[in-house]
Write a protein that binds this ligand. Structure first.
Ligand code: TYM
Length: 343
């Protein structure tokens, strides 16, 4: 059965779609245990929108996840959960290819070859490396440093030219472009330079209203979680910190809760005005948002449950995806080996 998209196509996707020629889309997501509102509004809804217009390849990046997940059973389980979540949110295996990174070993081979054209200073300056190193100071493994080189290989191996991602991946995308350029300079034109495609919310703030929503920060809204959990998370959201009393007029432009309402109803202007004039209180606004998020994702949550109860179906999609990509990955690697003098 094919899951229906639960989100609207974004303006950014429309803009990308209007570019002449047929783009090849690639994106990756870590099997991190949950899928949160930031993932969906920042990236997944573009995965869904773009699969209808272009050839699209989506990858669950378990090699990348090994930089911080070290229990084999946990990684295996999370990989399946992420696949089920993406299918439940609207990825359609009839329209796109969904697979697991480690099922196509060419990714790590190309990453090694890309490492030979990548100066150490380029990876050392990556902001995500510094961020991760500070988040896990006892486990600053070498793969954290080379992480963006593997990401560049993920994209380049399929000659993808458009990459739907959130803003936090912009530096990685820029590095991917530089790596591809460095390779092309040394060995001749081989790869296309990929471009990021953003949604209209490239950075979704977390429940703290300050930092980007992220599992490692612990400020997420777990869209496929139980309704009680989603409600608790939304009710914990920080609103306008200058609004002390219920009768104080609010500032909807800085209130994360009000901003998110834009995606869950067509009464945003009215809600904006309600907050501005103190007609609506912060608690009312949060209750409404919680109800709407729970309702919006109810079909996906149900579909997710069904898929998790049928692991063979999920695994079948992933295996078929990796098989479908084999000829393309092998052809790229044959050309690369030839150019580099490896055969
Ligand atoms: P990951 O797994 O951290 O996130 C998956 C996608 O969700 C987006 N995202 C957000 N967007 C807006 N606001 C947020 N708060 C938010 N949190 C997450 C991310 O930008 C991303 O698009 N390095 C990548 C995975 C990767 C990849 C690739 C991506 C590996 N290879 C090749 C693109 C192409 C990552 O860790 O994403």
């Amino acid at each position: 059965m094919i899951a229906q998209p639960t989100t609207e196509p974004s303006a950014a996707a429309d803009a990308a779609a209007s570019v002449p020629g047929r783009h090849r889309i690639f994106s990756g997501i870590q099997p991190s245990g949950i899928v949160h509102l930031g993932n969906d509004l920042g990236a997944i809804r573009n995965y869904v929108a773009l699969q209808t217009e272009f050839e699209a390849i989506y990858c669950i990046v378990d090699y990348h996840a090994l930089t911080s997940t070290h229990e084999a059973d946990v990684l295996r389980q999370r990989t399946r959960e992420m696949a089920a979540a993406l299918l439940a949110l609207g990825l359609d295996p009839e329209r796109c290819t969904l697979f697991v990174q480690s099922h196509r070993p060419e990714h790590t081979e190309l990453a090694w070859l890309f490492a030979t054209v990548t100066p150490v200073s380029w990876v050392e300056r990556t902001p995500t490396y510094k961020e991760k190193a500070s988040q896990q100071p006892d486990d600053v493994n070498h793969a954290l440093l080379t992480y963006p080189i593997l990401q560049a290989a993920d994209i380049a191996i399929y000659q993808a030219d458009r990459v739907p991602v959130g803003k936090d991946q912009a530096a990685h995308l820029e590095l991917s472009r530089e790596i591809v350029r460095a390779f092309n300079r040394r060995y001749g034109q081989t790869f296309v330079e990929p471009q990021a495609v953003f949604t209209e919310t490239p950075t979704v703030l977390g429940t703290d209203g300050v930092r980007k929503m992220s599992k490692s920060v612990g400020n997420t809204i777990d869209i496929l979680g139980e309704p009680d959990l989603v409600r608790r998370q939304v009710m914990s959201m920080v609103t306008d910190t200058q609004r002390i009393k219920r009768t104080d007029p609010g500032r909807p432009e800085v209130c994360n809760v009000c901003q998110l309402q834009r995606f869950f109803g067509d009464d945003y202007e009215d809600l904006w005005d309600g907050e501005r004039t103190a007609r609506t209180g912060c608690v009312d606004m949060k209750r409404l948002l919680a109800d709407r998020i729970v309702t919006r994702y109810a079909p996906a949550r149900e579909r997710y449950r069904e898929l998790m109860a049928d692991p063979a179906q999920v695994d079948g999609v992933l295996e078929a995806g990796a098989d479908r990509l084999r000829p393309r990955a092998e052809a790229t690697m044959a050309a690369v080996r030839e150019r580099m003098g490896l055969r």
